[in-house]
Design a binder for this molecule. Structure first.
Ligand code: SF4
Length: 188
């Protein structure tokens, strides 16, 4: 699979490949692959966990309540969601919204890698522990990494909470706004 992904030069080509992917067991239960959406040259790449029910139904990322909240919190920090590429660590919905398994994250990682290589963002916002551990460090703890920049050769990563944590009442919305403001300040 990796080889054919590397041949994809555009997001559209990659998406076509992804839409028919059968590389993990989530292919058997999904309604739609949620490839992600946003400008192909976005400066901000927003990485979540995996599609929920609404996303699975529509094939679009962050369209449920957490998605509406994300749009609002980004706007409060001066970020227009339309300018952000938004996707998940797994492109297909895990049944009953369970966390994606390590094997599923691993199977899906080449799509994420290729998306990053094509889009070449300046900042990757990792939203929630699944995204943070998927891209940064499998042992990372949110309390240690949240709001702290991690510089990689091609982009900077900013770990933050998932908007669903705000909806659950376990995290204050202001903390996400603070983190999004860090991103907008950095990008000027
Ligand atoms: S989650 Fe990723 S690897 Fe698994 S079937 Fe969907 S697109 Fe393929």
């Amino acid at each position: 699979m990796k080889k054919s992904l590397e041949l994809c030069k555009t997001l559209d080509e990659l998406k076509q490949l992804c839409l028919s992917c059968q590389s993990c067991e989530l292919a058997g239960t999904r309604q739609n692959v949620v490839f992600g959406e946003g400008p192909p040259d976005a400066k901000i790449f927003f990485l979540g966990e995996a599609p929920g029910a609404k996303e699975d139904e529509t094939g679009r990322p962050f369209v449920g309540r957490a998605g509406d909240l994300l749009t609002e919190l980004m706007a409060r920090a001066g970020i227009d969601r339309q300018n952000v590429f938004i996707t998940g660590s797994c492109k297909c919905r895990p049944p009953k919204n369970r966390n994606p398994r390590k094997s599923e994250l691993k199977a899906c990682f080449p799509y994420l890698e290729r998306q990053l290589a094509i889009i070449k963002p300046k900042v990757v916002i990792c939203s929630g522990l699944v995204a943070v551990q998927n891209i940064l460090d499998s042992k990372a703890r949110m309390a240690d990494v949240r709001g702290r920049w991690v510089d990689l050769p091609h982009y900077r990563i900013l770990p933050t909470y998932h908007p669903a944590a705000v909806l659950r009442g376990t995290v204050k919305a202001e903390l996400l706004v603070e983190d999004f403001q860090r991103v907008s300040s950095f990008l000027g």
